[in-house]
Design a protein around this ligand. Structure first.
Ligand code: 5AD
Ligand code: SF4
Length: 452
């Protein structure tokens, strides 16, 4: 979601005549978009922003900004931590970043023409207000990219109140975009060569519940899936992340009649213990979570399920943790992101008395990861020798001589082959090797010819 928001901001700058560089030494403006979900990310962003003050020495006009969740939750206080900071822009104001940064930059460059010795302190513009309909402003994409996959933000905010989570505070209440706007965005992506879209929302299956009515017993989210599915030329649809609340049969059924929906859901479980779920203020029982997973596997036998789990939540006992481990073994997740609980400001869990030590959190983290990795390795081993359908997305980051691709289950398959022929295509590949989370395969050229 943060990446998607950053892309929107980048597009506004390119429209305004700027170019995007990853080289901070060349930049006239340096913007950091920060996630606040865990403390570690915030500390890293603060450290990075602090060290970048060095650029002011050679390029005194450089404009510095924080945007996103950390900007939203810390606001003005950031100027005390980072005195050279110019702008702090919250999660409902991404569309204003260009105006603020460009304004400061133009002003500085003009003033420097008159006096080359001028140096600048931070300008200290802070805009973290709410803005009605701001969810509709995250809609543009960087034009130059040839990536056949794209993220589409369908809503902002979250009305849930999980006791550990800072998101309702940083992103505000749920606000969905109109179906037609989302469909038009997907159509324009497809016209540019995109083959796969991932619909993004904090609780994506509850999309539109406060704005749009059910039709024929179908939730607004299922209506949206049907509308996106009808786009010609679009081959794959994903979404992330759904919540067990509101994960109803209409959504399960959608997987039986919408073949473009990929056989994968990332479905955060958070804990396998009912006692901890209650303390987390997640209003469902573990049994219900398991039931939804089983229904999804019945709807699509090749369904892969990945999840998020928090270990070391305040008061989590060894028995609670063992229940989580038991559930992970039972459901055999294809992958699992394990997070050590992190105390977040203004969240009820941060004030709970029974906070656990980092040692206990780390120990449970390692033990759970060992279980997760063993399952993932076993599942990957079983795929060696099989043929999988993949979408080739481009050169692999680790070795640009090889290509990255993904199966419908979202497993990475590394291929060798001609990028001009393969990138952006869906075809079959024979899997000949695997490591923990990566498969290696060979394209089956006949399947490519059929697709052409
Ligand atoms: N501590 C640790 N993990 C957290 N998450 C959210 N808040 C916290 C927290 N305070 C995890 C949840 C969520 C994922 C995006 O981040 O598992 O699904
Ligand atoms: Fe946070 Fe819970 Fe909302 Fe997810 S559903 S964003 S964990 S409050």
């Amino acid at each position: 979601m943060n990446e998607r928001d950053s892309e929107q901001v980048a597009r506004m700058f390119t429209e305004g005549g700027y170019t995007v560089t990853k080289d901070e030494f060349k930049a006239d403006a340096i913007l950091v978009n920060t996630c606040s979900v865990r403390d570690q990310a915030e500390q890293k962003a603060l450290g990075k922003m602090g060290s970048m003050v060095q650029h002011r020495k050679k390029r005194p006009h450089v404009v510095y900004g924080f945007m996103g969740c950390m900007a939203q939750s810390r606001g003005q206080e950031l100027f005390q931590n980072v005195p050279h900071l110019d702008v702090v822009v919250g999660t409902q104001k991404y569309h204003k970043v260009f105006e603020y940064v460009d304004g400061i930059l133009q002003n500085r460059l003009e003033r420097r023409m008159d006096d080359l010795k001028l140096t600048y302190k931070g300008d200290h513009i802070c805009d973290i207000d709410e803005e009605k309909d701001s969810q509709n402003t995250i809609k543009d994409h960087v034009k130059e990219t040839t990536d056949p996959t794209a993220f589409v933000s369908i809503m902002q905010g979250c009305n849930m109140k999980c006791s550990y989570c800072i998101v309702p505070d940083t992103r505000g209440r749920e606000r969905g975009r109109p179906i037609q706007d989302i469909v038009e965005e997907c159509e324009s992506l497809v016209a540019r060569g995109v083959k796969e879209v991932t619909l993004l929302g904090q609780i994506v299956n509850l999309y539109g519940r406060t704005e749009f009515p059910k039709v024929d017993g179908k939730s607004p989210f299922v209506q949206l899936l049907e509308a996106v599915h009808a786009i010609e030329g679009l081959e794959r649809i994903r979404f992330t992340s759904p919540h067990p609340i509101g994960y109803r049969d209409d959504l399960v059924e959608a997987f039986t009649y919408l073949p473009k929906l990929c056989s994968h859901i990332h479905f955060p479980m958070q804990s396998g213990s009912d006692r901890i779920l209650k303390l987390m203020r997640r209003p469902y029982k573990n049994e219900k979570f398991i039931e939804i997973c089983k229904k999804m596997k019945a709807a699509r036998p090749d369904m892969a399920i990945t999840t998020d789990i928090i270990v070391g939540f305040p008061g989590e006992t060894e028995e609670d943790f063992e229940e989580t481990v038991k559930c992970v073994k039972e459901l055999e997740f294809d992958n699992c992101f394990v997070f050590r609980y992190s105390q977040r400001r203004n969240t009820p869990a941060a004030d709970m008395l029974d906070q656990l030590s980092e040692k206990v959190k780390e120990d449970r983290n390692q033990r759970l990861l060992a279980v997760v990795n063993e399952i993932a390795q076993r599942k990957n081993n079983a795929l060696v020798g099989t043929v999988q359908e993949v979408l080739c997305t481009g050169p692999s980051k680790n070795n640009p001589n090889t290509l990255n691709s993904r199966t419908p289950q979202n497993k990475i398959v590394i291929l060798e082959g001609n990028p001009d022929r393969l990138v952006g295509k869906v075809f079959k590949a024979k899997i000949h090797e695997c490591t923990g989370f990566t498969l290696y395969g060979t394209p089956i050229i006949e399947s490519l010819e059929e697709a052409e």
